[in-house]
Design a protein around this ligand. Structure first.
Ligand SMILES: Cc1cn([C@H]2C[C@H](O)[C@@H](COP(=O)(O)OP(=O)(O)OP(=O)(O)O)O2)c(=O)[nH]c1=O
Length: 203
């Protein structure tokens, strides 16, 4: 897609995540949201970076396929995927409170990595840029009671690794090394770099 610097493409966010929807508005470009229902299964031997880049691209591609041909304005479809990795073991979203408790018991007192993949696809020509970022997060020691109380807030259930650093989960996190927004699900500086490759000028 050729976008000259005075054109502001619409960003089509391929996501159901309210966090991503809020974060993407920071770029100051028009935003449309189109939930993507891409298959999120990957082979067990894939590396974390391969998983998040592939899933981000699947989400973006599914939406790109459904909207191309229906819009005439310049647009870029954005897909994103986040996982938590502890000692090489991948954690997605917990399926129930019991699994959330297990995940948090493993993360407490340890340092893990949060991987987020972002994939951008130009609406007109399908130009694709896909990358990922990694952030290290140190979680403090937690007693089983503390973990139980946090799980009862309901916050862990729709989040990779069963916590949300932007919410009550902030009380569990000792320190963080890398992009904060990567942990929340959309690394904004990475997205800015990717959009520059489409000729978009941002502040
Ligand atoms: C670790 C962490 C994850 N998360 C969230 C970001 C993602 O929304 C979610 C990981 O699940 P994803 O599968 O990446 O995304 P999603 O299902 O929420 O949304 P969609 O696929 O439609 O875009 O975990 C937080 O909000 N805060 C955190 O601190």
């Amino acid at each position: 897609m050729t976008v000259t610097s005075n054109i502001r493409p619409t960003l089509i966010l391929a996501s159901t995540s309210p966090r991503r929807q809020e974060l993407i508005t920071t770029l100051g470009l028009p935003v449309m949201v189109r939930p993507s229902h891409a298959d999120e299964k990957t082979p067990g031997d894939w590396s974390p970076d391969r998983i998040v880049e592939e899933l981000a691209n699947r989400k973006a591609r599914a939406v790109w396929e459904s909207v191309r041909g229906t819009m005439k304005t310049a647009a870029v479809v954005v897909g994103s995927d986040t996982i938590v990795v502890l000692d090489g073991r991948v954690m997605g979203k917990p399926k129930d409170p019991e699994e959330a408790f297990e995940m948090l018991s493993r993360l407490a007192g340890n340092t893990h990595e949060v991987y987020t993949g972002v994939s951008c696809i130009g609406l007109m020509d399908g130009q694709t840029v896909t990358n990922h970022r990694v952030t290290k997060v140190r979680m403090r020691q937690l007693s089983p009671d503390q973990i139980r109380r946090y799980v009862q807030t309901g916050e862990p259930l729709d989040k990779a690794g069963a916590y949300g650093v932007q919410g009550v989960g902030a009380l569990l996190v000792d320190s963080l090394e890398g992009c904060y927004f990567n942990v929340v699900g959309l690394p904004l500086s990475l997205l800015a770099v990717q959009l520059e490759q489409f000729g978009v000028t941002l502040p």
